[in-house]
Design a protein around this ligand. Structure first.
Ligand SMILES: Cc1cc2nc3c(=O)[nH]c(=O)nc-3n(C[C@H](O)[C@H](O)[C@H](O)COP(=O)(O)OP(=O)(O)OC[C@H]3O[C@@H](n4cnc5c(N)ncnc54)[C@H](O)[C@@H]3O)c2cc1C
Length: 392
């Protein structure tokens, strides 16, 4: 094997040359935080199906990770690309940690930021940005995932109050949240409601036996005649465009984040292959191994470049939802493929929590599914290119 110093994938694609100084600084800061506060514990958290949300939330808040590219209300106000890069660094440690940040910032806070009244924004956003108040986002129901428009959760008027009934499923942070953004049918289309989780009639139960995103809390929510004041409703969201506007934000973070998970797998696989000897020489010195590594590096680099391109479009306010679908579809699909291929390089060791590869691969099963499944994004792109909707 050559003695030449090995390049990282970032170096191979000169990714660094495309980052602004502030983005590089955020990358280094978040990478260091993840190395010190997440990586040493993540295998145990994953094994024990737990995540210290309450402990880490204020730390994430101090780093400015919640609603990072939103303006005002205690948010960091960085570029969207910088937020994406932060997602990449957190998800390189674990997709569960990135999910927690996405739900807080891109879903719950974004719903209030985009569609809330000034009073609602002042009341909730600064404390959510600081990680003092945790939010969750209730859209999916047991019978309605890809087709949320069919939801059965309903809010009806009673005098000036609202009365909320129904249930939600697969809700990240559902049992630890202080406030839930709940989407419900009303006589005037689907509307979003800010629901404090200590409201009488609100229940959250943690979902167990997950084989993916184990270091992330997932819950079922139920609403039994929850009485809410008139101003619990988000005034500027009407119809499915409301939740979809938030999902687009979270998908954006995933485009970057999934590449972080893939990068971590590839790094682990290359290091392993360099030291593992098979048939009397390092695994890395075999052509079959190098073909896998080269192909994965090419896909990882392409995915990172796509993420940066979409980040730059977003920073110019030019990013279209179909383009978000291109990024979400490609980068989650390639990330899981990379994670699985890396697992083969690690052989039996690859199936353990001593190495990150199968943990990432398992996590990416959820990442491929939530925020619009791969098939849903194919349909979005298909519709954009042909003009024909094939959803039904
Ligand atoms: C760990 C985890 C955390 C989550 N967190 C949240 C959260 O915080 N908040 C929230 O609201 N939701 C959350 N979700 C739910 C997630 O968004 C849904 O699982 C997702 O939208 C898919 O819905 P579904 O699981 O009901 O699958 P389904 O919609 O039943 O889809 C099943 C299959 O059918 C395919 N399919 C669907 N429609 C079509 C079509 N028209 N044509 C062809 N194929 C189709 C899908 O692509 C998929 O392969 C989470 C999910 C997971 C796994």
């Amino acid at each position: 094997m050559s003695e030449a110093k090995a390049l990282t994938v970032d170096e191979l694609f000169a990714i660094d040359s495309l980052l602004q100084p502030e983005e590089r600084e955020i990358q280094q800061t978040v990478r260091k935080f993840a190395a010190e506060h997440i990586r040493p514990h993540i295998a145990d958290w994953f094994e024990n199906a737990t995540f210290p949300v309450k402990e880490l939330a204020p730390e994430f808040g101090k780093l400015g990770l919640f609603g990072m590219h939103l303006e005002g209300y205690g948010c960091a106000g960085t570029s969207a690309t910088a937020y994406g890069i932060a997602c990449m660094e957190i998800e390189a440690a674990d997709s569960g940690a990135r999910s927690m940040i996405s739900v807080q910032g891109s879903l719950a806070m974004t719903a209030i930021y985009k569609y809330g009244s000034e009073e609602q924004k002042q009341q909730w956003l600064p404390r959510m940005a600081a990680g003092e108040v945790l939010g969750c986002f209730g859209l999916t129901e047991p019978d309605f995932g890809s087709n949320p428009g069919g939801m059965r959760t309903r809010a009806r008027r009673d005098g000036s109050d609202w009365v909320l009934n129904g249930s939600k499923m697969w809700i990240t942070n559902g049992t630890v949240a202080d406030v839930a953004i709940v989407w419900a049918q009303t006589d005037d289309k689907i509307r979003g409601f800010i629901v404090p989780t200590d409201s009488p009639g609100f229940q959250a139960h943690e979902m167990h036996k997950k084989l993916s995103l184990r270091a992330s809390i997932t819950a079922e929510l139920s609403f039994d005649d929850i009485r809410l004041p008139e101003d619990a409703m988000l005034p500027d969201a009407r119809g499915l465009a409301g939740p979809l506007g938030c999902l687009s934000e979270a998908r954006f973070g995933i485009i970057f984040g999934s590449m972080g998970a893939a990068r971590d797998c590839l790094q682990a696989a290359i290091e392993y292959a360099q030291t593992r000897e098979v048939f009397d020489k390092p695994l890395a010195a075999y052509q079959l191994t190098q073909a896998k590594i080269a192909d994965m590096a090419v896909e990882l680099g392409k995915g990172q470049l796509l993420a940066l391109h979409l980040g730059r479009l977003k920073d110019q306010d030019k990013l279209r939802p179909e383009q978000v679908s291109v990024g979400k579809l490609n980068n989650t699909r390639e990330a899981i493929e990379i994670a699985r291929t890396c697992r083969t390089i690690l052989g039996a060791n690859g199936i353990t929590l001593e190495y990150p590869v199968l943990r990432h691969a398992n996590n990416l099963e959820s990442v491929l599914t939530y925020e619009g499944t791969a098939e849903v994004h194919q349909l979005v792109i298909g519709q954009a290119l042909t003009g024909s909707s094939a959803f039904r």
